[in-house]
Design a protein around this ligand. Structure first.
Ligand code: AMP
Ligand code: MG
Length: 407
C-alpha cells in the first residue's frame, strides 16, 4: 500500500494538460485558465491624474502652508474626470480638480479639498486658501504606476479571477484564449443504487456520489459527463466504462474494494488498463485505484459517500486542475488549533471534516460530528479538512494541525 504523497505523485506524473484552446469573451471567462501570456499594450492609468478631489497646484507654492499660515491661490479653472484643459498653472494658481481628472500643465501635486477653504470675494476671480504644504507628486497617480506598457499581466496557466478580468477590461482586451475544459465522465456502480427520481424499495439507496462528484468536477474546472449507474455485473460495467473512455478522464465510484461483487478492477484490466495502484494508506478512502487506458486516466473511487468526496478532493481535483492547464493545483494549507480529542491509527493519513472558526485571528477547528465514511453530513457541515500525518497517533485539544479551507 502506498501513501498519499506517493499516490499524488504517480497520478500527476500521468496527467497531461489539455492542448486545445478556445477564444472566449471576457464576460464568460471567469475561472477559466489562460492559454496565453498577455502583455499590456497601454499604460494603466493612461495619464497622470488626481487621486483626490481638490486643487492641482505647484508644490513649491504651498511651501510652509499651515492652518495658521494659509497660502492663497487663484483658481483659474475647474476640471472634472473625463475632461482635459489647455490651461496651464502659473505661480500661485490652482485648478479645482476631481478624482481621476488629468493633472493640468504646470501642476505637480494636488491639495485635498479638505485642506482648503474658499476665499469669499466680490471680485470676478476666485481664490482659495490652502492649509497644508504638499510635496511634489502628492495625490498624483502617475501614468503606468499600476501597469507599464509591455508588462506581462497574465501568464499562461493563470486561473482568471475577477481581478484579472478587470485588468483585461482596463487594457481593452475583449476576448481571451483559454484552454478547453477537460471532460470527466462519472460512473456509479452498485446493485443497491437507484436514480434520484426513482422510488426507494427495501434494500436500495439513492445514487448520491454521482452528484457530489459532478459538482466537485465542475468546481475543479471540468465538464462532468453522466454515465448513470452500472449494476455489479461485468458486461454492464464494461459497456459503460467503454463509453466513459470518450472523455478526458473517467471516474468510477464504488466496486473497487474487496467485496464479492467488486468487479471494477477486473473489468478495467480486461479493457487494457495499466493499473498504477489500488490502495492508499489513508482514512477515509483506502480503496482507491488509479490506472491509465492509453492517455485516459481512470480513478476507481471508494463507494462510501465521504470517501468518494475526500479522495476526489485529494487526488482528482489536482489532477483535473492540471488537465485544465492551471499552474496552481493545490489548496493552501494553514495551521489550526484543534479543539477535541481524536485517536487515530498509525500509518494512515487522516482527513477529518472540521468546522473552522477564526477567533481573534487564530484559526480553530472542531469536528463536524461522527467521522464515519458514510456520514455525508460531515461533508455538509465541514468548511475545512484537517490533515493528520501518518506518524501521528492522537490529537489533544490545543494541538495544532494543518487544514485546508474549502470555499
Ligand atoms: P462499494 O465501494 O461499492 O463497496 O460501496 C461502499 C458503500 O458505499 C456501500 O455502502 C454502498 O452502498 C455505498 N455507495 C456506493 N456507491 C454509492 C453511490 N453512488 N451513492 C451513494 N452511496 C454509494
Ligand atoms: Mg458496490
Amino acid at each position: 500500500m502506498i501513501n498519499v504523497s506517493q499516490a499524488r505523485k504517480i497520478i500527476l506524473k500521468n496527467i497531461s494538460p489539455v492542448k486545445e484552446t478556445e477564444l472566449i469573451n471576457l464576460d464568460s471567462c471567469s475561472g477559466r485558465v489562460s492559454a496565453v501570456d498577455i502583455r499590456a499594450k497601454e499604460n494603466i492609468p493612461p495619464f497622470d491624474n488626481s487621486a483626490m478631489d481638490g486643487f492641482a497646484v505647484r508644490a513649491e507654492d504651498s511651501a510652509g502652508a499651515a492652518r495658521e499660515n494659509p497660502r492663497v491661490f487663484e483658481v483659474i479653472s475647474d476640471l472634472a474626470a473625463g475632461y482635459t484643459t489647455a490651461k496651464k498653472i502659473g505661480n500661485n494658481q490652482a485648478i479645482r480638480i476631481m478624482t481621476g481628472a488629468p493633472i493640468p500643465k504646470g501642476a505637480d501635486s494636488v491639495v485635498m479639498a479638505e485642506d482648503s477653504q474658499k476665499v469669499s470675494s466680490k471680485r470676478k476671480e476666485e481664490f482659495v486658501r490652502i492649509f497644508r504644504e504638499v510635496k511634489k507628486g502628492e495625490n498624483v497617480r502617475y501614468a503606468g504606476e499600476d501597469v507599464k506598457k509591455g508588462e506581462v499581466v497574465i501568464r499562461k496557466g493563470d486561473i482568471l479571477k475577477s481581478g484579472y478580468i478587470g485588468m483585461l477590461a482596463s487594457l481593452g482586451v475583449s476576448k481571451i484564449k483559454v484552454y478547453r475544459k477537460p471532460k470527466a465522465a462519472i460512473l456509479a456502480t452498485g446493485d443497491e443504487l437507484v436514480e434520484i427520481n426513482q422510488r426507494l424499495v427495501p434494500g436500495k439507496i439513492r445514487n448520491s456520489n454521482t452528484y457530489s462528484l459532478y459538482a466537485q468536477a465542475q468546481r475543479a474546472g471540468a465538464v462532468p459527463v453522466f454515465l448513470g449507474i452500472a449494476r455489479d455485473e461485468r458486461k454492464e460495467l464494461e459497456q459503460k466504462i467503454r463509453k466513459g473512455l470518450r472523455a478526458d478522464m473517467l471516474l468510477v465510484s464504488g466496486g473497487i474494494s474487496v467485496g464479492d461483487y467488486d468487479f471494477v478492477k477486473d473489468v478495467l484490466k480486461k479493457l487494457g488498463t495499466t493499473m498504477k495502484f489500488w490502495r492508499v494508506a489513508m482514512k477515509p478512502g483506502k480503496p482507491l485505484a488509479f490506472g491509465m487506458i492509453d492517455k485516459i486516466p481512470i480513478f476507481g473511487l471508494p463507494g462510501n459517500p465521504v470517501s468518494s468526496m475526500v479522495t476526489f478532493e485529494q487526488f482528482v481535483r489536482p489532477a483535473l486542475l492540471k488537465m485544465t492547464g492551471a499552474k496552481e493545483i493545490f489548496r493552501f494549507h494553514l495551521p489550526a488549533i484543534f479543539r477535541e480529542d481524536f485517536q487515530k491509527k498509525m500509518g494512515l493519513r487522516y482527513f477529518l471534516r472540521v468546522v473552522l472558526e477564526n477567533k481573534n485571528g487564530t484559526l480553530y477547528a472542531s469536528l463536524t460530528g461522527p467521522q464515519g465514511s458514510g456520514i455525508l453530513k460531515s461533508m455538509v457541515l465541514a468548511n475545512g479538512i484537517m490533515e493528520l500525518p501518518e506518524e501521528l497517533e492522537n490529537l489533544r485539544p490545543g494541538d495544532t494541525a494543518q487544514v485546508t479551507y474549502l470555499d
